[in-house]
Design a protein around this ligand. Structure first.
Ligand code: PMP
Length: 401
């Protein structure tokens, strides 16, 4: 029956982890993985998450089904975190929202909803490059995927004029995907001024903005600062779609906690949209898992735990930022590595596009047991005081040829 099924290609990111696992050298480093690691290179369960779990367990909760759109205390708190309590859609109760299977599920529900109900277009524009899963998610949701220029290889920064030109040339009312903060894979974000220009352009061209916010708090250490783009668009009167993930900022990767929301014109329209979100979700997976949503809700709705969590997110962001500074100093000041390395410090979030070429990344894997994706993307979270010196020396050697 299945003899005609061809073997599919391996996942480009998970393949890196497999190669890493097979390597027996004690110096080996895995910089492919998109999950935070502490200063000892180990996974990190946030103390605020542990406390929330203790609180939940002591209340001896049942394991009944959640509603189709999830835990209401969670979805309300998630929209408050993204939009702010002061924003008009939050205050006026016009945000349609559902819990989702983390950020991926939020994007997929959003794609399916837009494919079914967005009346003006079936085309979504993604930045080039974008997170590798965006294209299959939206394609499988029933949208046509196109791209807009984003990254400039020459400057290792934002190609802002290319971005503006491509969005200006897109058909009016197309859907455009925007990374709200900590662009993956490049680590390059627009400045606040550039976000304002993007908002104006989106308005002028009547584009529909779909924000993917997988790293709120994780980029700068401040949940408010990282929400700037989303909140600016809302202030400017845009209607938006938003995918949120709590994988990174709460370290809830495997718990699969996320939310998808849409701003609507009034509470009656919101109720109609909510009813259709249920109809999209019900045949996909019926209703979402409960445990992670309880953890996130407990943290977000308790002033003490919330304050503790904000400190812990900042701790993760700060450790990553300190690794950027140290890597830059070692590469440039100590090792006099040829090339321009300022982007290591200016890029934001978990990832950095190093500018290393595919032959250099291959050499690093084979000679130095250092693993990253072939495009030269490294997870800064995989670096720590114990391995950063060795990493910088190996990069310097690879670059010097
Ligand atoms: N969007 C972006 C840009 C991401 O980097 C990620 C995680 N790598 C996600 C969405 C979704 O991840 P998850 O489904 O684990 O929340």
């Amino acid at each position: 029956t299945w003899s005609h099924v061809p073997a599919g290609p391996p996942d480009p990111i998970l393949g890196v982890t497999e190669a890493f696992k097979a390597d027996k050298d004690p110096r080996k480093i895995n910089l492919g993985v998109g999950a935070y690691r502490n200063e000892h290179g180990k996974p990190y369960v946030l103390p605020s998450v542990k406390k929330a779990e203790e609180l939940i367990n002591s209340a001896k909760p049942d394991k009944e089904y959640l509603p189709i759109t999830g835990l209401p205390e969670f979805t309300k708190a998630a929209t408050k975190l993204a939009y702010s309590a002061e924003s008009i859609p939050y205050a006026e109760n016009t945000i349609a929202v559902t819990q989702s299977i983390s950020g991926t599920g939020a994007l997929r529900i959003g794609g399916a909803f837009l494919a079914r109900f967005y009346p003006h277009a079936k085309t979504i524009y993604l930045p080039i490059p974008s997170w590798g899963n965006h294209t299959p998610i939206f394609r499988d949701s029933g949208l046509e995927v196109r791209g807009y220029r984003y990254f400039d290889k020459k400057t290792v920064g934002l190609d802002f004029s290319g971005l503006k030109e491509d969005l200006r040339n897109a058909p009016e009312q197309s859907i455009v995907l925007l990374h709200a903060c900590a662009h993956n894979p490049t680590g390059v974000d627009p400045t606040l001024g550039q976000w304002k220009e993007i908002s104006d352009l989106v308005k002028e061209k009547k584009l529909f903005p779909f924000f993917d916010m997988a790293y709120q708090g994780f980029a700068s250490g401040s949940t408010t600062r990282d929400a700037f783009a989303v909140r600016h668009f809302i202030k400017e009167g845009h209607q938006i779609a938003l995918a949120q993930s709590f994988a990174k900022n709460m370290g809830l990767y495997g718990e699969r906690v996320g939310a998808f929301s849409l701003t609507t014109s009034d509470p009656a329209e919101k109720a109609r949209v909510d009813s259709q979100l249920k109809i999209v979700i019900r045949p996909m997976y019926s209703n979402p898992p409960i445990h992670g949503a309880r953890i996130a809700e407990t943290i977000l709705n308790s002033p003490e735990l919330y304050a503790q969590w904000e400190d812990e997110v900042k701790g993760m962001a700060d450790r990553i930022i300190s690794m950027r500074d140290r890597l830059y100093d070692t590469l440039v000041k100590d090792l006099d590595t040829p090339g321009e390395w300022g982007h290591i410090k200016s890029q934001i979030g978990m990832f950095s596009f190093t500018g290393l070429t595919p032959p250099q990344t291959k050499a690093l894997a084979e000679k130095a047991h250092i693993y990253m994706t072939a495009d030269g993307r490294i997870s800064m979270a995989g670096l720590n005081n114990g391995n950063i010196e060795y990493f910088a020396e190996s990069v310097s050697t690879a670059v010097k040829g």
